[in-house]
Design a protein. Sequence first.
Lengths: 324, 145
Amino acid sequence: MCRPRVELPEVRLSRHQRFRDLLIRTAGQPPIPVAVAHPCDALSLGAVIEMALAGLVTPILVGPQAKIHAVAAAANLDIGAFRIVDVPHSHAAAAKAVALVRAGEAELLMKGALHTNELMHEVVARDTGLRTERRLSHVYLMDVPSYPRPLLITDAALNIAPTLQEKRDIIQNAIDLAHIMGTETPRVAILSAVETIDPALRSTLDAAALCKMADRGQITGAIVDGPLAFDNAVSPQAARQKGIVSPVAGQADILLVPDLEAGNMLAKQLSFLAGADAAGVVVGATVPIILTSRADSQRTRIASCAVAVLMVRARRAAATVDAA
Amino acid sequence: MDFNPAAHDPMIENRTFDEIAIGESASSQRTLTQEDIDLFAVVSGDVNPAHLDPAYAETDLFHKIIVHGMWGGALISALFGTRLPGPGTIYLSQELHFRAPVGLSDTITTTVTVREKKPEKHRIVFDCLCVNQTGQKVITGTAEV
């Protein structure tokens, strides 16, 4: 009997190890006070409790006290240990949570059950908000099983159609985050549909300008290259076939997407079709802002919180060095 | 991911009872990876920390991660099913002695050798042996197919 060897299925092992590593790096240090704006549904309140139980944060719940207690009772959640700041409604909760951060009582801000816009409106308020000289941006931290390193995707949630100057800030925000996560010199791929400059595609022109900004020190702490098509950014083989010689091609740590729609679809495709974990954090404000979404697993919620906590610790450490 | 780099021959062929002679043997070589251990744990449900938890394994008898013993057993089974006697083989019994641990990056040479033929029921008894890259015997045993 002579038979063809049956072709075996390909097997891919997904360990979700990178997010666990993040959590391990946060272990054994005191929790960070977090102001939670309007945690008035079971999901957001449950998330806060998870993060507190993980030892990451000490929550301050900002919202209508009676409603928070009612939600906790209905969902059988124990919030007895947490401070509650009573305010009448979600708008007031956003304003008060931001005020607590400004007053130094909280070092982290977290979104509860309210619209992202409602919270961000208070964050960016000129005199009472948490703005810095930097543009605020959102970074997805993705653990993609088929990719050999963590992948930061930005901005897929906050900046709809960023200008060149805004893209500069978005890149720098992501670079700073990559440093905190332990990537010393991250490789930034500026994504477009092609790897050559085409005046009809604005993202390729922006990419060229951003690379020059990196050459001239307007973007620091990373190797920046673009435009790159997605395949050339993440696949060394695809980059080789195209003959692209670049220190970034095929091994990007950070992907800058042209606009929110492209980024949002990319991140969600990776989550829903490629089994990726996606944690998210808003950076560029005076403190990190944790936005978790309904679809997140416990693992990604905890990861979002862990990376925010690492940012706070890094900021504290930098402040100590400055003072000394 | 290719979990069996040794197996690149596109065809597999059996040898019939009459074609097989006493003393005949077949061998394979395989280097143990972390993926092998993880997959074996997934398939078998055996999550003994001796195989999966480096911190625990450090404190254990061998001071390092070792593979499930039956992984070596599976290498023997693969030879019966693909090489000698080859496709169509029915496995009847197997005796194994685990003589030394197998760790990551160990290259295991597995050999099965015909010891005895039983013509009345068309059965064959094999000596089974797995040695590591230093020539140390890690598994010995006998099988009937």
